[in-house]
Design a protein. Structure first.
Length: 373
């Protein structure tokens, strides 16, 4: 790191010295003076990461002092430093812009007329505005790229989770059912024989025992595939908001109500609804702020995700359908649509007392509603 910073300072010093030798009019200043001035102007570059604005102001002062040297271009380093300040301090962009323009105006007033070269307006645009604009644009580009990477990572994790859940359902519906049927048939046959055939009784007992062991192993596999969270996931919602927040799209989370742990399935559903809604807001809303409200009471969890962007009209997409299916499994409700003033809102009510599959079993005979696995 120190070697890289040293090479940067040496390169800037050499460039400033060469520019002064080429642009300066006879009689040219001595080489030691030019090299010393170039080194003084290049040293603030080492502050561009930790103290960018301080480095920019220090470089501006050195550039003004360097006006006494004919042909010296120390202001080039100052332009770079103000661009770095705009990149590192996105929330102070207007302050950086004001200081840059103020320094440029002072430089234009103090520069000798014989060395002015450019008009005041041109200097204001090139030296004052352009570096700050470029630095801020690079910052926005980096934020968009980082946010896109985080969203892609979240999408990949969600796709993996959904694939694992689908696999768990398939195993549950097929293998679990058949193992249970084998065990029940073996047990019923043993009871019918009532020990009259000892060899068959032992074989049937072995079949019942093996099927029970296999069923336990399948259940353990399903628990690992279903990715069931161990807590209410409210802390995970805050971590998710922190990961997706940017200076251009801050996300705030507000919690109210009881603080006791939620059933794992309920917390998992709430988390997935918030994840999908925040992903949609970051990708499509064009909003400048998103608010997440989570209210927990004795009977249900109500979660609301609202942004101040433009409403997203059109047919219900796969993301909303997925959220609705998750909430429907608990007998809850989900609403997604434009807000009255502007923006988009997703609101879900997930009952705590009901688990997945209860609504699907309503109106069915009790033997059909029971799950043997």
């Amino acid at each position: 790191m120190y070697a890289r910073e040293g090479l940067l300072v040496l390169a800037a010093t050499a460039a400033l010295t060469a520019f002064a030798m080429l642009d300066g009019e006879p009689p040219r200043p001595g080489l030691p003076l030019l090299a010393g001035a170039g080194l003084a102007a290049a040293l603030p570059l080492t502050l561009r990461a930790r103290f960018p604005l301080t480095g920019a102001l220090l470089s501006a002062a050195i550039a003004l002092l360097g006006l006494v040297i004919p042909g010296w271009q120390g202001r080039l380093v100052t332009m770079v430093m103000f661009g770095a300040a705009a990149f590192r301090l996105p929330r102070r962009a207007w302050l950086v812009m004001s200081l840059s323009i103020g320094w440029t105006a002072g430089y234009g007033l103090l520069i000798p007329r014989s060395h002015a070269g450019l008009s005041v307006v041109t200097d204001l645009v090139i030296m004052g505005v352009a570096p700050v604009a470029v630095g801020h644009a690079l910052r926005l580009h980096g934020e968009r790229a980082a946010q896109a990477a985080r969203l892609d990572h979240a999408e990949a994790r969600r796709a993996i989770a959904e694939e694992r859940a689908a696999l768990a359902r398939d195993v549950h519906d097929s293998v679990g059912h058949h193992l249970t049927a084998i065990r029940m048939q073996a047990t019923a046959t043993r009871r019918a024989l009532r020990g009259r055939a000892p060899v068959a009784d032992r074989a049937l007992g072995t079949i019942a025992e093996l099927s029970a062991t296999a069923l336990d192993e399948v259940r353990a596999l399903l628990d690992s595939l279903r990715e069931t969270p161990t807590g209410p996931d409210l802390e995970e919602i805050e971590n998710l908001a922190k990961r997706l927040s940017t200076p251009r799209l801050p996300i705030s989370v507000h919690r109210a109500g009881r603080s006791t742990p939620l059933p794992p399935a309920v917390g998992h559903t709430v988390y997935r609804v918030v994840q999908e809604a925040l992903t949609n807001a970051a990708r499509h809303s064009g909003a400048s702020h998103v608010e997440v409200h989570v209210l927990c009471d004795r009977t249900a969890v109500t979660v609301s995700i609202a942004d101040n962007g433009h409403g997203r009209a059109g047919a219900e997409g796969r993301g909303i359908r997925g959220m609705r299916e998750r909430v429907d499994q608990h007998g809850g409700t989900l609403m997604a649509g434009p807000r009255e003033d502007h923006g988009w809102r997703v609101e879900a009510v997930v009952p705590i007392g009901q688990g997945p599959g209860i609504t699907a079993s309503r109106g069915q005979p009790s033997s059909m509603a029971q799950d043997p696995t």
